[in-house]
Design a protein around this ligand. Structure first.
Ligand code: HEC
Length: 157
């Protein structure tokens, strides 16, 4: 009997630890996906830093909508191509969905955007820490958490 209650105690402790690990637990509810129609995306901004480079892509509809000055709608996916040592090494994706902010700890919330890192084949790269993406993009709250909005609005096809 004493043994059983000890086991129950251990299980409860393990559950408490899981519950306390906070945002890490919520990583499973990261809904950002790599766009299936990436071939329709348009390169609207390049950030060339020599050996490293970043390329920002969005759908033509997204770019057109950005010019209204309103926040981009749910369903929007934004892609950033990451180049290191003159090679494409992967993609960063931001995706917005209705109510997705509820999946994210309030301290790290970036509106209804989720963040994910993908490899060059568009497969999820689990080494990415979405919390880090969000912590940095939070500084852009007044621009709907985007860094490239001015370039997107200025882009002419
Ligand atoms: C230290 C700050 C920082 C971190 C961390 C960061 N970003 Fe960004 N992100 C930027 C900046 C700055 C830009 C604008 C492009 C540039 O300057 O290279 C940007 C641009 C983007 C864009 C293009 C759309 C936009 O916001 O304007 C996407 C998509 C994006 N980041 C996704 C991610 C993802 C996913 C992660 C994590 C895997 C991440 N970012 C981590 C700073 C950051």
């Amino acid at each position: 009997m004493r043994f059983i209650s000890r086991c129950v105690g251990l299980a409860a402790a393990a559950m408490l630890i899981l519950a306390m690990s906070g945002p890490g637990v919520r990583a499973d509810t990261n809904r950002a996906t790599f766009p299936k129609d990436f071939d329709k995306y348009v390169l609207y901004a390049t950030y060339d830093r020599g050996a490293s480079k970043e390329e920002a892509f969005a759908k033509p509809e997204t770019i057109a909508l950005s010019k209204s000055g309103n926040p981009l709608p749910a369903g929007t996916q934004l892609v950033l191509g990451i180049w290191t040592d003159y090679k494409l090494t992967g993609y960063f994706v931001m995706e917005k969905g209705v109510g997705w902010g509820q999946d994210v700890d309030e301290k790290l919330r970036t509106g209804d955007w989720h963040f994910q890192q993908f490899d060059t084949e568009g497969q999820v790269n689990r080494t990415a820490i979405a919390e880090r993406c969000q912590a940095c993009h939070q500084s852009q709250e007044s621009n709907d958490f985007m860094f490239t909005i001015d370039r997107m609005r200025a882009y002419l096809p």
